[in-house]
Design a binder for this molecule. Sequence first.
Ligand code: 3IO
Length: 338
Amino acid sequence: MRKLIATLSASAALVLLLASAALAGTTLTYANFPPAKTFPCVQMEHWKAEVENRTNGAVAVQTFPGGTLLGAKNMLRGVQTGQADIGCISLPYYPGVFPAMSAVNLPVAFSSTTVASLTMWDLYQKYQPEEFKDVIVLTMFTSAPSNIMSKTPVKQLGDLNGMELRASGSILKILGDMGAQGVGMPMSQTPEALQKGVVKGLVSSFDVLKDFNFAEICRYETITNLPVYPFAVIMNKASWNRLPGDAQKVLTDLGREQSEWTGNYLDNHIKDSLAWAKEKYKVEVFELTAAEHADIKAKGVPLVNAWRTEAAKADLDADAILSDMLALKTKYETETGK
Ligand code: 3IO
């Protein structure tokens, strides 16, 4: 009898051990290029907590902010080859690679991050473009509409004359047309470029005034409402295929929610960041005239046409993508009031 009980309890222990090993099975690595404080990493930590919670710990996520696993430019390849299971990419860092989703980087004057992020997500869901065929897309979101942050004041567009400003993607072209000199590089290289004086400012969203402490060096801010930067969180296909079905479902269900969460977080955070910059560094904020905004808008038209040509070359229905994007933008502006 004793022997039987001992055998039974030993096998019960073995079953428990195997079950917990199966549950504890998966740890996913998640690489990100900018520092931990910045919004792409804040959304990453939120996503990690949601996934670990919703899978009851069956999936653990190990995060690597600040380029500690993969950097801005090797992120896409690094995820495709499995150096990281998951990675966060800023699409404008890969010119020509994302002909469909780069539409979100066009100068269409998005009114908020929430609107741009939800528009991007729905547009992706509708077209599921080829350009992401080698990875699994977990979520998409954008930065907030871009403004100028500079070391010397840009009170009017004429002040841009020859000024070197860091940007990426379509903003580079617009800056050139406005008489400035766009200098392309990832956000993660910008602190050094500003320090060394290689650039005299940057064009991005106001969260970076606080999160990179750019307010200290860029005391002048000009509201331009230039394009958002589109981001995608991508996963290695083999890593995805190794996940149990219920875990895959948790990740799939999180896609849109994460996009909206990030949009709301950033819309709030840019307000905090600008208020903080005014308080701590007494930064000055300049508004342009209606005529100057009309000028910026007019300079965006050839860009939209150039995108159309590129999209058509990639066998995409450019007009359909554009009109869907604008319809989604209007829909979400109405729905969110933002
Ligand atoms: C961005 C990128 C990394 C960290 C914080 C950020 N805030 C806005 C952006 C967008 C941008 O300028 C870029 O290069 O993706």
